[in-house]
Write a protein that binds this ligand. Structure first.
Ligand SMILES: *Cc1c(COP(=O)(O)O)cnc(C)c1O
Length: 509
C-alpha cells in the first residue's frame, strides 16, 4: 500500500466520529438509525406486497425467461436508492418466489413460518451475535442452552443431555455419525481418529440404516472416510418403516462376515414417506449389540409437541444422539436445527482446542459453544427465533397445528382411496401421501409418464405445487402436508386439477 493512500484516510479523534456518522450511513451504527429504518421498512413493504400479490405458490415463469432478466445486471454500477433496489428485487426474486405459506403448496418439506420467529430474524441480523463463544453472544448463549435443555426434556432425556443448534438436519446427521465413529474407535479400540486418522479396520465399520433413510447419511458416510460401502441398508415393511427383524439379521450377518457394526440410524419420519421406524424396538437391538443409536427426527420432531401423537416417538429416549429440524416441523424459518446427545460427555469427542477462541485459562468453558460444533465456528443466533415462538405461542399451539395437519392428511388419504381414478400407495403417520392418477382409460399405458406430465403441468401453471418420488421405479405424486391452513377443500380442489391435467394427457404411442 502506498503512503499517499494513508494520507487520504481521515485523521482520528472526535472529528472523525462526527464525520463517520455523516459519511457511513450504510454501516450499522448509531448514526445510521434513519437509514436502518428505511431499509427495514422497505423490506417489510416488499414482504407485505408478497402476501397480497403472490396468490399462487409459483408464478410459473420459465427458467430461461427469468435468467434472461439477469443479463443486464452490472455489480459495478450500484443502484441510486432503496426504491430502485427493492423494485429490482421484486422483479428478479419476490415476484417469482415460491410461496410456501399458501395452502396449495404441498411439495417439499418446507413449512410455513410463524410470525414471532420472523420478528426475531430482525434482531438476529442487526445485532449479529455469534454463538461460538460467550464473549460474542452472552445472553444469546444462555437462551440457546435453555432451548436445548427444553428440547432434551421433550425428547425424554435426563439432566446429562446436551446439544447445539446447527444449520440443518444434514449437518446434525453428520455429527451423529461422527460421534458414532469416534465413540467406537475410542471406547473399544483406544484409537484417536482425530489425531491418528482412520484405523485400518475402519473399512469394516458398518452402519445400519433403512433403505428409505435420508440421502445425507450417504454423503456423511463418504465425508467421514467410511465410504457409502459402510452403510447397510435394511429393507422396509409395507409402510416403508425399517424392518427390525431384518435389521437384527443384517447385524448378525455382518458380524459373521468379519465386519464391525458401530451404529444404527433410525428415521423418525422419512422424507419420502413420512413414517417412523420402530424406534423402541431398534433401540433394544442397538443396546443388545452395544451400537451407537442415532435417530434422525428432522421431520418427525414435530410430534414432540402433540399430545395425541407423541407416543409415535416412544423409544426416542434410547438414542445416543438425535437430529431435530425446527425448520421442518416447528414452523421456524430456515435455518433452525439442533443436534442433541443423551449425555454431554459424548460431545467431548468433538473437542478441538483453539487457543484464541477457547483459552484454557477462562473459566466459562461451558459457555464457549465452539466445542460443540464440527463444521461451524461463527454461528448465527438462530435460537432466538424459537425463543420468540415458544415464549409467545407456547408449545401447545404448535402441537395443535401439527395435529390439524395430521388430521387433514388422514382425511385426504381417505378421499384419495375412495376415488376410482386415483391409486393410493401410502399414507403416513405425519402428513405424506403418495398416490398416482390411474383411471380406467389409461390402463396399460405408461402411468409414470402420465403422472410426470401432471406434475409438470401443475408446476408450469404455478397454481399448485406437489412433489413426487419413485417407488420401485414407478413415478408417484406426493403431498407433503405441513400447513395447518391447507384444508380438505384445498385438497379436493388440488385433486380436481390433477384429474383435469391428467384427462388432457395424450400418451405417445
Ligand atoms: C430434511 C431432512 C434431512 C436434512 O435436513 P436439512 O435441514 O435439509 O439439512 C435429514 N433427514 C430427514 C429425514 C429429512 O427429512
Amino acid at each position: 500500500m502506498s503512503n499517499t493512500m494513508y494520507a487520504e484516510l481521515p485523521q482520528s479523534g472526535p472529528d472523525l466520529l462526527t464525520r463517520e456518522k455523516e459519511t457511513y450511513p450504510d454501516i450499522f451504527h448509531e448514526g445510521a438509525a434513519a437509514e436502518y429504518s428505511k431499509a427495514i421498512t422497505g423490506a417489510h413493504d416488499l414482504v407485505v406486497n408478497f402476501l397480497h400479490r403472490n396468490r399462487k405458490p409459483f408464478s410459473g415463469i420459465p427458467a430461461a425467461e427469468l435468467k434472461a432478466a439477469f443479463a443486464a445486471i452490472d455489480f459495478d454500477t450500484p443502484l441510486p436508492d432503496y426504491e430502485s433496489l427493492l423494485q429490482e428485487v421484486q422483479e428478479l426474486y419476490v415476484k417469482h418466489a415460491t410461496a410456501f405459506h399458501l395452502p396449495e403448496y404441498i411439495a417439499h418439506l418446507n413449512c410455513p413460518v410463524v410470525i414471532p420467529a420472523i420478528g426475531a430474524e430482525v434482531l438476529i441480523a442487526a445485532i449479529n451475535s455469534s454463538q461460538d463463544t460467550w464473549d460474542q453472544s452472552a445472553g444469546g448463549t444462555l437462551m440457546e442452552q435453555k432451548l436445548i435443555s427444553w428440547t432434551c426434556n421433550e425428547i425424554g432425556f435426563g439432566k446429562e443431555a446436551d446439544g447445539v443448534f446447527t444449520a440443518g438436519g444434514s449437518q446434525s446427521n453428520l455429527m451423529g455419525l461422527l460421534l458414532a465413529r469416534d465413540y467406537y474407535a475410542t471406547a473399544y479400540t483406544q484409537h484417536n481418529i482425530k489425531k491418528a486418522g482412520l484405523p485400518a479396520e475402519a473399512s469394516r465399520y458398518r452402519i445400519f440404516i433403512s433403505e428409505k433413510a435420508h440421502f445425507s447419511n450417504h454423503k456423511n458416510a463418504a465425508l467421514l472416510g467410511l465410504g457409502e460401502q459402510s452403510l447397510v441398508e435394511i429393507k422396509t415393511d409395507e409402510r416403508f418403516r425399517m424392518n427390525a427383524l431384518l435389521l437384527q439379521e443384517a447385524i448378525e450377518r455382518e458380524i459373521s462376515q468379519g465386519n464391525i457394526p458401530i451404529a444404527i440410524v433410525a428415521t423418525a419420519g422419512t422424507t419420502d414417506f413420512g413414517n417412523l421406524d420402530p424406534l423402541a424396538e431398534i433401540g433394544r437391538i442397538a443396546a443388545r449389540y452395544k451400537l451407537w443409536y442415532h435417530i434422525d427426527a428432522a421431520y418427525g420432531c414435530g410430534l414432540l409437541l402433540t399430545e395425541k401423537y407423541r407416543s409415535l416417538l416412544n423409544g426416542m429416549e434410547l438414542a445416543h444422539s438425535v437430529t431435530i429440524d425446527y425448520h421442518k416441523s416447528f414452523f421456524q424459518p430456515i435455518s433452525s436445527s439442533a443436534f442433541i446427545v443423551r449425555d454431554k460427555k459424548y460431545l467431548q469427542l468433538l473437542r478441538m482446542h483453539v487457543d484464541y477462541l477457547n483459552p484454557k485459562d477462562e473459566d466459562y468453558d461451558d459457555l464457549n459453544q465452539i466445542n460443540k460444533s464440527v463444521t461451524q465456528s461463527t454461528r448465527r443466533f438462530d435460537a432466538l427465533k424459537l425463543w420468540f415462538t415458544l415464549r409467545l405461542m407456547g408449545k401447545q399451539k404448535l402441537g395443535a397445528y401439527t395435529e390439524t395437519i395430521i388430521e387433514t392428511a388422514e382425511k385426504a388419504a381417505e378421499v384419495i382411496a375412495l376415488d376410482s381414478d386415483l391409486e393410493l400407495l401410502s399414507y403416513s403417520d405425519i402428513g405424506v401421501i403418495l398416490f398416482r392418477y390411474a383411471p380406467e382409460k389409461y390402463k396399460g399405458s405408461d402411468l409414470s409418464a402420465l403422472n410426470q406430465y401432471i406434475k409438470k403441468a401443475l408446476f408450469n401453471s404455478g397454481e399448485v405445487l406437489v412433489a413426487s418420488t419413485r417407488v420401485n421405479g414407478d413415478f408417484y405424486l406426493k403431498f407433503t402436508m405441513l400447513n395447518p391452513l391447507t384444508t380438505l377443500d384445498h385438497i379436493r380442489h388440488i385433486l380436481q386439477l390433477i384429474k383435469q391435467h391428467g384427462a388432457a394427457y395424450h400418451p405417445k404411442n
